[in-house]
Design a protein around this ligand. Structure first.
Ligand code: CA
Length: 248
């Protein structure tokens, strides 16, 4: 079994810079790792937060990954990578006034065999897509809290003035709490990691339709195209992971 990876990032139609960053790679034994980050902060700070987080988390995971880790160990690895990056980025933000207040989301996935372990902070999301689309992560955001307490409806959430405000971010505070989950990938299913430039600018049915295009390189292009056709108001990043029997 191998993991097929397709990915794309796009500035969108409105923003003057792309503050999203990502990394995705195959690891030993046909395992795979991916991380998607969406930075925030003035001027260049958002870029620096997301790029640094992607680099530090990736280095940590690639260095510490061992084949045959159980789910608990895999989740611990991703959480430790995020904690370690948090300390570094928070330290950078404290030292440099121009970086003060920067932070980033992070959604990470480690796939080995048919098991995917996902750990995240903020409102970048993971979905599993087969016959249906299921969201695997729960946003750490103001709007999500309002939704859960019944103060707003899902319809209100789409246009809520604070819809970009996240309640947890990597690098923003001395400590960060990440959430982990695990899912079994069946053949033909795909795991999607994305920023809110996709999830905020595409309906679940549109996302599912695009992911299920057989050519997955075309599928990531289509995801970005849909977000742009719906306004493209934010940077768009998508990483698509799927299983395939390795040939030869
Ligand atoms: Ca964003």
């Amino acid at each position: 079994m191998a993991v097929i990876i397709n990915s794309k990032t796009d500035i969108g139609l409105v923003r003057s810079s792309n503050q999203d960053a990502f990394f995705a790679a195959e690891l030993e034994g046909g395992a795979a790792f991916a991380v998607v980050c969406d930075g925030m902060g003035g001027a260049n700070a958002g870029n620096i937060a997301s790029e640094t987080a992607v680099r530090l988390i990736s280095e940590y995971v690639v260095h510490s990954f061992r084949l045959g880790m159980d789910s608990f160990e895999a989740e611990k690895l991703l959480k430790n990578a995020i904690t370690s990056a948090n300390i570094e980025i928070y330290g950078m933000a404290q030292k440099d006034p121009e970086l003060n207040g920067m932070g980033t989301t992070a959604v990470t996935a480690l796939v080995e065999g048919d098991r995917a372990v996902i750990v995240h902070v903020g409102d970048s999301r993971a979905y599993i897509a087969g016959k249906e689309l299921a969201q695997l992560t729960r946003d750490h955001s103001v709007v999500q809290s309002l939704l859960e307490s019944g103060k707003i409806t899902p319809e209100d959430a789409k246009s809520h003035p604070r819809k970009n405000v996240i309640t947890r971010a990597l690098g923003a505070e001395q400590e960060v709490i990440s959430d982990g989950t695990e899912v079994t990938l069946k053949e033909g299913e795909s795991l999607l990691l994305c920023t809110d430039g996709l999830s905020g600018f595409a309906e679940p049915s549109e996302i599912l339709g695009a992911i299920n295009i057989e050519d997955k390189a075309a599928a990531v292009e289509e995801l970005v195209r849909i977000a742009k056709s719906n306004g493209g108001g934010d940077n768009i990043t998508v990483v698509l992971l799927g299983l395939s029997e390795r040939k030869g």
